[in-house]
Design a protein around this ligand. Sequence first.
Ligand SMILES: *Cc1c(COP(=O)(O)O)cnc(C)c1O
Length: 228
Amino acid sequence: MNQPSVESNLSEIQQNIRDACHNVNRSVEEVKIIAVTKYVSTERAQEAINSGVKHLGENRDDGFLKKWDAISNEATWHYIGTLQSKKVKNIIGKVDYIHSLDRKSLAEEIHKRAEKAVKCFIQVNVSGEDSKHGLAPEEVPGFIKTISDLHNIQIVGLMTMAPFTEEEELLRNCFRGLKSLQQEIQSMNLPFAPCTELSMGMSNDYKIAIEEGATFIRIGSALVGNEQ
Ligand SMILES: *Cc1c(COP(=O)(O)O)cnc(C)c1O
């Protein structure tokens, strides 16, 4: 195995973040990197933390628990994958952010199991592809109203996955769609839904996502690699 260190990947990504922020007059402090460690070992996740990464993301409960046991309080933990309601009890109290809230039954389960408010992103299927999870954009304001009595749910932001394409305009439109939905939700002025964050951008498209307003980028392959 001969892959670049997380540290060298990170410094390249940080340079790209600075460039993207500079292009649109944003401050680099507004953009946080989540190292997505689902493809890699606990050792590689630890290497990311040692290199200065603060946020780790996993998309399965078993992978998350394995790394959480070893690394736990050195990181802020993000659950970024589709979440089955029956898996909530395994991760609740350990995970700091859930990026994949997409239905009322899941919100109810999180609310029931949590001892304090859980920071959640609503996953939105902006591109409309059948293969993608998430609510349609027009469903989101109504969905938020239906969970207003679940006081253990805090809607900190919106999350999307862009289409798998190199076409910049398609990517940009997707990220813009999420940004404009965020503004709509913020104008609802709901105390439990400040919706200040946008979780968008992965290895292939994070520069564009930053230019369109991302505050959390989720980077796997380009940062930690994608093989054990
Ligand atoms: C795997 C994954 C990522 C990271 O993907 P890369 O292309 O390897 O950066 C980001 N977000 C979600 C939801 C993922 O499942």
